[in-house]
Design a protein around this ligand. Structure first.
Ligand SMILES: [Zn+2]
Ligand SMILES: [Zn+2]
Length: 256
């Protein structure tokens, strides 16, 4: 299987997974880059997986489905271009001979889902849309901090080797904030240097891994003493784990 991050818009990645004959695409906000890749690589589009309803994740769904006959899967609780197969946490989706488990991850939107496969060519694979980013997490447009914390806990509990396919190249901005939160985290400083070198060459910083995110991402580390102390120095009223997480997210919203 080959995994490709197709760039779209300013900073989106449309993830394409293929076996040389058939492909699936995740969150095609724009049909054109996907259609171009299918043509170039001689692939048939078998399925479209959608994580949530935002236009930069769904804008190309109808055109791709009409052009290819691909089956569309998406969260049952969101408005996805019809017709699609509605999914909820715990469902299994079989595509290209791979079984993806659906994980409910509300927070960025109310019905956001992620797709996890435990063995794709020997390593687990996660498509997490706008819930988990490298070094960060999605903004809370529809969900509560408690929901997002629980969603990130569910993703953090996946195997460390899981390849994390996020939908945006937000890594450098996220790591700059992460360093403000946790200035003494050496793994974070190392990773920021590595990502700067990648971006200077125009290479994606993704996929990340769950093991790496647990070491560097403040939103997966809000219960670590250093992160909690740092958040409380910024927002003194943050006195339980949900309040600390909420204050961390708010700090990031205001960070320049
Ligand atoms: Zn979104
Ligand atoms: Zn997005």
């Amino acid at each position: 299987m080959e995994l490709i991050a197709l760039p779209a818009f300013e900073d989106n990645y449309l993830w394409l997974l293929h076996d040389g004959h058939q492909a699936l695409v995740v969150d095609p906000g724009d049909a054109a880059p996907v259609a171009g890749a299918l043509r170039r690589l001689g692939l048939r589009l078998a399925a479209i997986l959608v994580t949530h309803h935002h236009g930069d994740h769904t804008g190309g769904v109808a055109a791709l489905r009409d052009a290819t006959g691909a089956q569309v899967f998406g969260p049952a609780r969101e408005r996805i271009p019809e017709p699609f197969t509605p999914l909820a946490g715990g469902n299994l989706v079989e595509v290209l001979g791979i079984a993806f488990r659906v994980i409910d991850v509300p927070g960025h939107t109310a019905g956001h889902v992620a797709y996890f496969a435990d063995d794709v060519d020997g390593a687990p694979l996660l498509f997490c849309g706008d819930t988990l980013f490298s070094g960060g997490c999605g903004r809370l447009f529809e969900g509560t901090p408690a929901q997002m914390l629980a969603s990130l806990d569910a993703l953090a509990a996946l195997p460390e080797a899981t390849r994390v396919c996020c939908a945006h190249e937000y890594t450098l901005g996220n790591l700059r904030f992460a360093r403000a939160v946790e200035p003494a985290n050496a793994a974070l400083a190392d990773h920021e240097r590595a990502c700067q070198a990648l971006r200077e060459r125009g290479v994606p910083t993704l996929p990340s891994s769950i093991g790496l995110e647990r070491a560097i991402n403040p939103f997966l580390r809000s219960r670590e003493a250093a992160v909690t102390r740092s958040v409380q120095a910024h927002a003194a009223s943050a006195n339980d784990e949900v309040a600390v997480f909420a204050a961390l997210r708010q700090w990031k919203n205001e960070f320049r």
